[in-house]
Design a protein around this ligand. Structure first.
Ligand code: AMP
Ligand code: MG
Length: 361
């Protein structure tokens, strides 16, 4: 049968959308009283099984009561997150932590003493209180004691751990500001708390403590050398994998990616090391269709859609990275050209995110 236009359909669709869209409240925490009000509003929503986007020091998190299975399930539906990708559980005191894990070995105590509260997630055998929805069916749970005072205040007010992945739609950029969260989740969740720009800017380092050697599953700002100061036998997942061990879930090659195609350019690949411009020409890329994220000056930046240089410091780079990719994407470029960052341990978290943004981990 031939198709016909259905003139009434757009109106009906709009009507249904307006019924399903939630009003998203935005609260700030810039004074002590606003901080208290926002923390108690967020905890109230979470305790009634709702979600809230909250600032943490790594990236903004989409929070739910970790002991409420329906609330946890709605994290997955809100984000469109694959059910095979487990969530991190956030705690704010030792007794809450011990409710989540079945074992708390000496080595976990050492890592937590060195890096908590902060951007380190520890993977340990899970307790019965942690549902399979959180762990994607694994027998282990990822736990973190966050450094951000607001996140800690909400956990304390709720009196239970909070499950929270990054507050973005699946496979899009992680948000490092409330505006980034709004761009993706406004109308889908009841509350976004604006705590300003995230201080770390990339997701936590994930360290698996279930095997023989502590193993970095996801690099972050706390890097291998710092972890080895606590346990010299700490290793990277890639080293473990070559010995045949199972890959961690949720670590897809293409992840943390902007809409534009990301290409990493290395000055050392050129016969004229300072000439990234020639490399770009050889790739047939039109500057007017490209944004550039560099470390050092370019000779003729004028023709590009946007050119930005991030300081030669891994912590400052991590803090700025997603915001910069987000800004680039808003200009609608075909390409984002990124200058390769140094191949040293301090840069491993940034290198990992860039490789995944380029889809070539
Ligand atoms: P996100 O919440 O988006 O920062 O992602 C959390 C990541 O932590 C997941 O993608 C996994 O890579 C890792 N993770 C969480 N739970 C576990 C677990 N039980 N075992 C191994 N890795 C985990
Ligand atoms: Mg995420």
């Amino acid at each position: 049968m031939p198709c016909r236009d259905a003139p009434g359909l757009p109106v009906i669709t709009l009507f249904v959308q307006s019924l399903t869209a939630l009003k998203t409240e935005i609260l700030t925490i810039e004074s002590a009283s606003k901080f208290e009000q926002a923390a108690s509003r967020a905890a109230d929503l979470l305790s009634s099984g709702r979600l809230a986007a909250l600032p943490t020091e790594t990236v903004y998190g989409l929070a739910a009561d970790a002991f409420n299975a329906e609330a946890v399930a709605s994290i997955y539906t809100t984000k469109g997150r694959p059910s095979t990708n487990p969530l991190i559980v956030h705690v704010a005191d030792k007794s809450m932590l011990l409710e989540c894990v079945r074992e708390w070995p000496e080595i976990a105590e050492k890592f937590s003493q060195a890096f908590w509260p902060g951007p380190l997630t520890l993977v340990l055998p899970k307790s019965d209180r942690i549902s399979d929805d959180i762990t994607a069916g694994l027998d282990s749970v990822a736990v973190r004691w966050p450094g951000h005072p607001f996140m800690r205040a909400v956990i304390k007010n709720l009196g239970r751990p909070i499950a929270a992945p990054s507050a973005n739609l699946a496979n899009q950029l992680s948000p490092t500001s409330a505006e980034h969260v709004q761009a993706q989740l406004k109308g889908r969740i009841p509350l976004i708390v604006d705590g300003g720009a995230a201080n770390v800017g990339i997701e936590s380092t994930v360290l698996d403590l279930c095997g023989k050697n502590p193993t970095v599953l996801r690099p972050g700002i706390i890097h291998l050398e710092s972890l080895r100061a606590v346990a010299p036998n700490t290793m990277h997942r890639s080293a473990q994998q070559s010995s045949g061990a199972q890959k961690s879930p949720g670590l897809h090659h293409k992840h943390y990616a902007p809409k534009a195609r990301v290409i990493i350019l290395d000055r050392s690949d050129s016969s004229q090391p300072n000439d990234l411009i020639n490399q770009i020409r050889r790739l047939g890329i039109l500057p007017a269709e490209a944004c550039v994220l560099g470390l050092e000056d370019l000779p003729s930046p004028a023709d590009f859609l946007r050119v930005c240089f991030i300081p030669h410091d891994p912590e400052a780079y991590a803090r700025a990275l997603y915001a910069e990719l987000f800004l680039c994407d808003q200009l609608g470029p075909k390409w984002i050209l990124v200058e390769a960052v140094p191949d040293t341990p301090a840069w491993e978290g940034v290198r990992d995110r860039l490789a995944r943004a380029a889809g070539d981990e």
